[in-house]
Design a protein around this ligand. Structure first.
Ligand SMILES: Nc1ncnc2c1ncn2[C@@H]1O[C@H](COP(=O)(O)OP(=O)(O)OP(=O)(O)O)[C@@H](O)[C@H]1O
Length: 250
């Protein structure tokens, strides 16, 4: 088994004469937290959309768990274990925290539909839902409606509904966006816990969170990989500093 759970080779995306992602060779080691950073417009979201099949590449390949998944459908890639948080984390505002997680556990994935299942199976879903609610620290809110939750706790609920699919690899798209300092600390701790037995790839603009959480960082600029390494290496790299300064994001 390869050390890398996810690899891309020569991944390229052209939009009408503009190349948003150019020959990206990304390697994500199994069991790590890997961050994808870069100034605005660097191509991070486009890479995520390619990985999760929201976009088709112009060239290049994507290999997940040793299999070429370049042309598989979005639901298929999720079924294979690579799940992007927002992809399935529609939170129903008037359902309770526990009900939201239960709905996520019942969500049909690929060819398995659960709605006809027996009472005993539904009871075990309740148990699993409660475990997940505890895992993301929402036990005190388990019977509250999602709409009553503060923003940071909604983010935790989204993560719980994502974990309901038991992904081997979790793709987090700006998990700290819109959060205040206290929530950032809470969600960062949650990501650490969640990553204990999973691989996490995240796009994140908050560099102190990236420094705190990431085992490895890939810096994109103008669609290409500019640098890679641990935070201390990439943050001291003059080309990286220049890329951020050049776009006013130092
Ligand atoms: N559908 C599209 N059609 C044309 N150009 C696009 C499209 N999607 C993205 N782009 C362009 O590709 C480039 C990379 O965009 P992308 O959103 O991937 O960057 P990003 O690194 O995620 O930026 P940000 O940090 O601002 O979210 C940008 O110049 C953007 O304008």
């Amino acid at each position: 088994m390869s050390d890398y759970i996810l690899e891309t080779a020569g991944l390229t995306k052209d939009f009408l004469g503009f190349t948003a992602v150019k020959g990206v060779n990304l390697q994500v080691r199994r069991g790590t937290i890997h961050a994808l950073i870069g100034p605005n417009g660097a191509g991070k979201t486009t890479v995520f959309n390619l990985l999760t099949k929201f976009l088709k590449p112009t060239r290049g390949t994507i290999t997940f768990k040793g299999e070429d998944v370049t042309w598989v459908k979005p639901a298929d890639v999720a079924r294979r274990g690579m799940v992007r948080s927002f992809q399935i984390s529609a939170v129903f505002p008037y359902l309770s925290v526990r009900e939201n997680v239960r709905v996520a556990l019942q969500r049909p994935l690929g060819n398995s539909f659960h709605f006809w299942r027996s009472e005993s199976v539904l009871d075990s879903l309740n148990e699993r839902a409660e475990e997940l609610v505890y895992a993301v620290g929402l036990q005190d809110f388990i019977h509250h409606e999602a709409s009553e939750l503060a923003y940071g706790r909604k983010r935790a609920l989204e993560i719980a509904t994502t974990l309901a699919l038991d992904p081997e690899m979790l793709l987090l798209d700006e998990p700290m966006a819109g959060l205040g300092t206290e929530d950032i600390g809470r969600i960062a701790a949650l990501i650490k816990r969640v990553a204990a037995d999973r691989t996490v790839l995240m796009v994140e603009h908050n560099l102190s969170v990236v420094a705190d959480l990431s085992d490895r960082i890939t810096v994109l600029a103008r669609g290409e990989i500019l640098a890679e390494g641990v935070y201390a290496e990439v943050s001291a790299n003059p080309a990286v500093i220049e890329a951020y300064v050049g776009t006013g994001h130092a």
